[in-house]
Design a protein around this ligand. Structure first.
Ligand code: GDP
Length: 264
């Protein structure tokens, strides 16, 4: 994403009809440690990819992975496509740039470019640095006697967590529309990190309060306290709805981590 020639070559060689830009430094916590490269990849990288599309294959359809982190210090609850942005991390700031350059290439050159404003989307494939997977991996380790406790930061923050598999279908639906647009994908429910812990531990018969330790090391310089998306536009226009609910998601991730550790 930092090299223009590579992106031009990728478009030349693939002659892609649809381009999904999921490339990013996507961990919010690390974006304070590497703010410049986060901006290069998550912000300017989007311009490079759009330039490659414009020059090589302007009829290709483009999906930009925007994010609920653009709402940051939320101006209203729930957040919709018209809620003002107020990012709270170098990651969120870079993604706001990516959002607007996507909109700009749509308006400047008529490229079929859409932004998906996805709220947190999780699955057993989630990286271990994210809180959901850190919790389900921790639960599995504790259950199997491989760990004694789980150290986390802010348990009070609230997220609108959905299943990544459902969200990928929504992304694809955006590019099948006749006209490009910007859409929120979310469940319309919000839960605390604490609730995630409660369900994950109780699924294997444990009480989270006996194992979770709050550790300042995992707190952030600026926190996003609450995210809750309004997915009604996606439902109305794309006919999209999430199929996996919060409890099913947590249990799916715990089951997968227990099975993985049993097999290792
Ligand atoms: P994000 O919403 O993209 O930042 O996704 P994360 O899974 O990284 O974080 C979700 C929320 O969990 C944030 O409010 C974090 O501050 C909070 N959190 C609490 N403890 C932890 C932790 O140990 N690791 C991470 N990654 N997040 C934590």
């Amino acid at each position: 994403m930092t090299d223009q020639s590579s992106l031009l070559d990728a478009m030349e060689e693939s002659q892609a009809d649809e381009v999904y830009n999921l490339a990013a430094q996507s961990f919010v916590g690390d974006s304070w440690i590497i703010p410049v490269s986060t901006g290069e990849v998550d912000g300017l990288g989007v311009t490079r990819l759009l330039e490659a599309i414009r020059r090589v294959r302007p009829a290709a359809r483009f999906y930009q992975a925007a994010t609920s982190e653009m709402y940051g210090q939320v101006h209203e609850v729930p957040q919709s496509e018209t809620t003002p942005f107020h990012p709270r991390s170098p990651y969120g700031v870079a993604k706001v740039y990516g959002f607007y350059i996507t909109l700009n290439y749509r308006e400047s050159y008529g490229i079929h470019a859409s932004n998906g404003i996805l709220f947190n989307h999780e699955s057993p494939r989630r990286g271990l640095e994210f809180v959901t997977r850190k919790i389900t991996d921790g639960v599995a380790r504790i259950k199997l006697g491989k760990a004694k406790d789980l150290r986390l930061g802010n348990l009070d923050s609230k997220r609108d967590w959905g299943f990544a598999g459902d969200y990928v279908e929504g992304m694809w639906r955006m590019l099948q529309q006749e006209a490009p647009g910007d859409y929120i994908l979310a469940t319309g429910e919000t839960h605390t990190v604490r609730e995630f812990c409660e369900i994950a531990f109780s699924h294997v018969g444990l009480d989270f309060e006996q194992f979770v330790i709050c550790d300042e090391r995992f707190s952030r310089p600026a926190e996003v306290d609450l995210l809750l998306g309004d997915p009604s536009k996606a439902k109305r226009v794309l006919g999209w709805e999430p199929k996996v609910n919060f409890r099913q998601l947590v249990e799916m991730m715990v089951d997968s981590d227990v099975a993985r550790l049993l097999g290792s």
